[in-house]
Design a protein around this ligand. Structure first.
Ligand code: 26Y
Length: 838
């Protein structure tokens, strides 16, 4: 199977080498003599890119000829990370190498030229690549895992997104504070193909003119306003162990009149012609850095419409080439909405069918509502998108009319079904009767889709019983379903942790588990195998040494790789409760300080590692980062504490850093207030890499527990079903602080960790303002459970067995399983297997 698999890659090292040299000498116009690592990266990537595009063309041709249904995954975020390593694995050169430490072929070339000193290590070449960071966090990375799985499963699928000039900002820590630096990543990007011939005109503003045509039919015309051009850039997505290569199409904005408006230019208005151009380019300039927080900015709505309109134009054009009847549209096209961000696609398709294709309302609406599926990723009220009606009216007047009409028919249906329930209409109306009125995007998404899904069991249950309860009553329970998230084992096991992947492969009959992750089951019988456990533990240790080196070079702090590595890396958010973690660290510090030398000897040394970005406008999150860093500077230089405790904040957490951090964890923290984290996906990555987790009964933690067994996870804290009552009690009863947490607060107020005033809002939110995230309620349980972790870690042998058993039981969490569920229960699409691979 691996032979066949390599057929679409490079047949030999020589062939690859030739291509690399050719790119160095011609595309890059350099000589092999001064080929540095940057040039080597560039040339190697270009060589792979050439292969990918050949595969891409074949795949697209095959899909077009076979006329099968395609999936379109609409997401404002694709957090892809690096591409070279992935291309090498999926296109098939990497497996031709016998060992991951083999020097790249380039070294041979170089020595042939008499430069035997110049050698490239594959790891160094890979590290030259800038992450493609077109996303904030979980939702964007999920989209990237889905692309990998859809290609690997031969599902005809395209991703559609925006080609931001600036991805998520780069985070620097200066004096303990987060500083944001722009992420300009497009200087050299070999992985995209500009399609200057695929350009779509996108209209904004203007007005609607209604009139009757000759046949007496009411027609609406959207006129005037301004036009911006959308230019397509294609990123090939190679499948693993298949020749299938799907497409990610990213749109970039450009002024309609080309470089700039020559008329204005010639009439002497140079400045304003340049300003027009810049205004157009602003649309795709920057990714909004908010995660789970809606700010209702006009430019963001512009981004959404720009991307949705370009994508739908493309999808409709492709469908029309097939010459089928409109009634067959949803047999050919499935569109998945990654959260509400692309909800305008529902309105845009209705507009196209109505105003451009001349269909009747009902006929059009039937097609629309059979085409879309909507995935919800949050129950947090502040993350639910709403757009002000006046803003909409100005920017997209025709769309607002259509939304009102959709709402009218919907409310009529509700009224017919529930004639006595007057309150219901106001509750479910797509238009919120506030000042100003608001369009509720989630409601629009539900009304316009045939399926709505949550991303983990608890989350899917919660949306049915809380935020979307009325809609379950109206549409019936079958419209709402669960598809538990997953992760791609190619990147998150094989690439991030090659030694572990190879060890596993040696026991489960090769690398087949990367295609069927349930094969990991076979590992369970090695959970007590002495020899196997030794190798397993050695790999974990080596991964920790690697992270310790990274910590040393980036922070200057020396950490002991034998200590327990306790890691929490994710976006900084009050609901994810990094504040509880750092309060726990302070509690540990105070405990150590009060211990005798004898007592200290029994303690397991710990390194508490944090990482994650705060949204630039989220003060509380920034304060949490500040506190973590200040605690670190006090603890890390306290000689009295030494190795027993170190506190590290890792700067600029991103996908490529995650690939180093995750394999090095002993325990990771997934400690959101129960009911707030829809799923979480890093929890899956950590366990798959042989780490245990401490967590709340929230999101996918619950299903992870079910799979791996409750003896292999450290759960604590209040349950989702009790959260509401607890909050109520805080606000209307007396809210007594947990005594241990009280001591932590005293220490902060004393100024032990710098100016107490800097942290008063953080402490006050818990002490005085209702403790919305239940930090005090869960603190005791958290501290006690951390003590259990300490105890368990002392028995290294048992700990290792637990991690092996857990990995063996993680098969369910592959994004391949997840995509198969979407394909069957939502999209109704079949794989299209390349002929010679059947
Ligand atoms: C409205 C807007 C500015 C906005 C932007 C980004 C709203 C939400 C987001 C991002 C949300 C997000 O990343 N959600 C996460 O999705 C993951 C994948 O399903 C889940 O695992 C995770 O629990 C959830 O927080």
């Amino acid at each position: 199977a691996w032979k066949k698999f390599q057929a679409h890659g490079f047949k030999s090292k020589d062939e690859f080498e030739k291509e690399v040299v050719r790119h160095v000498e011609t595309t890059l116009a350099r000589s092999m003599f001064n080929c540095d690592e940057t040039a080597a990266y560039a040339a190697a990537s270009l060589a792979f890119r050439d292969r990918l595009i050949t595969q891409w063309n074949r795949t697209q041709q095959r899909q077009t000829f076979s006329d099968t249904k395609r999936v379109y995954y609409l997401s404002l975020e694709f957090l892809m990370g690096r591409a070279l390593d992935n291309a090498m694995l999926n296109v098939g050169l990497k497996n031709a190498r016998t060992s991951s430490s083999l020097p790249l072929i380039l070294k041979l070339t170089a020595s042939a030229e008499g430069l035997s000193e110049l050698g490239f290590r594959i790891e160094d070449i890979i590290e030259q690549e800038h992450d493609a960071a077109l996303g904030n966090g979980g939702l964007g990375r999920l989209a990237a895992c889905f692309l990998d799985s859809m290609a690997s499963l031969n599902i005809p699928a395209w991703g559609y997104g925006l080609r931001y000039r600036y991805g998520i900002f780069k985070q620097e820590i200066v004096d303990g504070y987060q500083v944001e630096v722009p992420d300009y990543w497009l200087d050299f990007n070999p992985w995209e193909f500009p399609r200057h011939d695929i350009v779509v005109d996108i209209q904004f503003y203007g007005h609607v003119r209604k009139y009757q045509d000759e046949a007496g039919k009411q027609v609406a015309l959207w006129e005037g306003g301004e036009i911006v051009k959308a230019v397509a850039y294609d990123v090939p997505i190679p499948g693993f162990d298949t020749q299938a290569t799907n497409n990610l199409r990213l749109w970039s904005s450009k002024a309609a009149s080309g470089e700039f408006d020559f008329q204005k230019f010639n009439s002497g208005d140079y400045e304003s012609s340049v300003a027009d151009q810049q205004r157009a380019e602003t649309i795709s300039a920057v990714l909004y850095p908010n995660d789970n927080l809606d700010r209702g900015k006009e430019l963001r709505l512009k981004q959404q419409y720009f991307w949705v309109a370009a994508s739908l134009y493309d999808i409709v054009r492709r469908f029309k080439k097939s010459k089928r009847a409109w009634s067959e549209f949803s047999d050919q096209v499935a569109i998945q909405l990654n959260d509400t961000h692309p909800t305008l696609a529902i309105v845009e398709l209705q507009r196209i069918l109505l105003d451009q294709e001349g269909l009747e309302w009902d006929e059009a609406w039937t097609i629309v509502s059979k085409t879309f599926g909507y995935t919800n990723h949050t129950v947090l009220p502040e993350a639910l998108e709403k757009w002000s009606v006046p803003l909409f009216q100005n920017l997209l007047p025709r769309h607002l009319q259509i939304i009102y009409e959709i709402n009218l028919y919907f409310l009529q249906l509700v009224e017919r079904k529930f004639p006595k329930e007057r309150d219901l209409l106001g509750r479910v109306s797509i238009i919120e009767e506030s000042q100003p009125k608001m369009v509720r995007m989630a409601y629009l998404a539900i009304v316009g889709s045939h399926k709505v899904n949550g991303v983990a069991e608890l989350h899917s249950d919660l949306i049915k019983t809380t935020i979307f309860k009325d809609f379950v009553k109206i549409f019936g329970p079958d419209k709402f379903t669960n598809v538990t998230n997953g992760i791609t084992p190619r990147r998150w096991l094989h690439q991030a942790n090659p030694r572990l992947s190879e060890l596993i492969a040696s026991k489960v009959g090769g690398l087949g588990f990367l295609k069927d992750l349930t094969l990991l089951n076979e590992l369970e019988k090695y959970a007590d195998d002495k020899e196997f456990k030794k190798e397993w533990a050695e790999i974990k240790y080596a991964n920790k040494v690697k992270l310790a080196k990274h910590i040393k070079t980036t922070t200057g702090v020396t950490v002991n790789p034998s200590a327990l590595f306790d890691i929490q890396v994710k976006r900084i958010h009050e609901y994810k409760r990094q504040q509880m973690n750092i309060f726990g660290v302070i509690h540990r510090y105070l405990t150590i300080k009060s211990m005798t030398a004898e007592e200290r000897k029994k303690l397991a040394p710990r390194v508490s590692i944090f990482g994650g970005k705060a949204a630039p406008g989220y003060w509380m999150a920034k304060t949490i980062i500040h506190l973590i860093n200040n605690v670190g500077s006090v603890v890390n230089k306290d000689k009295d504490v030494g190795d027993l405790l170190k506190v590290i904040f890792l700067e600029d957490y991103n996908v490529s850093k995650a690939e180093v951090i995750i394999p090095a964890s002993d325990i990771s923290e997934h400690i959101s207030t129960a009911g707030t984290e829809a799923s979480g996906t890093s929890n899956m990555k950590f366990v798959l890499n042989g780490g245990l987790i401490i967590g709340t009964c929230d999101g996918a933690n619950i299903e992870i527990t079910r799979e791996i067994g409750e003896n292999n996870i450290f759960l604590f804290g209040n349950l989702a079903e009790d959260v509401e009552d607890l909050r109520h009690a805080h606000n209307y009863g007396s809210h007594a602080m947990d005594p241990d947490l009280g001591k932590v607060f005293e220490e902060i107020k004393k100024g032990t960790f710098g100016d107490a005033g800097a942290f008063s809002a953080l402490v006050g939110a818990i002490e005085d303002h209702g403790d919305y995230y239940l930090v005090s309620d869960d603190f005791h349980s958290y501290i006690q459970t951390q003590a259990l972790v300490d105890e368990a870690y002392k028995d290294q042998d048992e700990w290792t067995s637990k991690t092996i058993t857990s990995v063996a039981r993680m098969g369910f969490f592959s994004s391949d399983r997840c995509i198969n569920e979407y394909a069957e229960s939502i999209w109704n699409v079949e794989p299209l297997v390349p002929e010679d691979e059947g």
